[in-house]
Design a protein. Structure first.
Length: 222
């Protein structure tokens, strides 16, 4: 059964962004079911992709949203703003990955935007609460999707290593999965240059599994 909500910490994720990610996965899993069965994909599913694309265009964050902390500004608001943008851009990235089959270097702007927003959010959270044991959990799903798409991986190595200070087994499992995706893509670079992170996660067992099942194992969905 497909997941009903996005997963992990939802801080900064608007209801509309949560809907977009949820709907992306539901559409993708439904389409994959028809493809595995060798049956034509119904028109209502392809129409759903178009409707979701329109939804993402319509409900994007304001262009003038404040992302940098300045004198007199509320730091919590700036954290939320950065996370809102990171979630929205990751929803768009996830849409392209799962439904349009576009990955990696075709969408570098999205990956970099997510990175900068998450770095700013963690920096301000550290300023607000230096004690990591009392700090709110990091938002990881946007970072997971972006890192799996990243060609410039060093900044993501830094980000994922830095959040291991939260000492949460879930963030450790997610980081291990990303490194596994990177390793497999590296091994398959010549023989399967177009191998995607989605295909890798779906094929980690002897029997192809739903991506949402892997998400549950990684602790994103709880």
């Amino acid at each position: 059964m497909a997941f009903d909500t996005p997963f992990g910490s939802l801080e900064g994720a608007t209801l509309l962004t949560q809907f977009a990610i949820t709907q992306t996965e539901k559409l993708a899993e439904a389409i994959e079911g028809y493809e595995r069965a060798g049956r034509p994909v119904p028109e209502y599913l392809t129409a759903g992709i178009d409707q979701l694309a329109s939804h993402l265009q319509e409900f994007r964050p304001d262009d003038d949203i404040e992302l940098f902390l300045g004198p007199g500004m509320d730091p919590e608001e700036i954290v939320y703003n950065n996370l809102e943008v990171a979630w929205y851009v990751s929803a768009c990235l996830y849409f392209y990955n799962r439904l349009i089959n576009i990955f990696n270097d075709d969408i570098p702007f999205s990956v970099n935007t997510i990175l900068m927003c998450l770095l700013r959010a963690e920096e301000i959270k550290t300023m607000i609460e230096p004690d990591v044991l009392r700090r709110r959990d990091p938002v990881t799903f946007p970072a997971f999707v972006a890192a799996c798409n990243a060609s410039n991986r060093n900044p993501w190595v830094y980000w994922w290593r830095s959040i291991q200070q939260y000492d949460h087994y879930i963030t450790g499992a997610q980081w291990l999965a990303i490194k596994l995706v990177w390793d497999i893509k590296g091994y398959a670079a010549e023989s399967e240059p177009d191998l995607s992170w989605v295909e890798i996660l779906q094929g980690l067992s002897n029997v192809e599994v739903r991506l949402s099942t892997q998400y549950r194992l990684l602790g994103f969905y709880y």
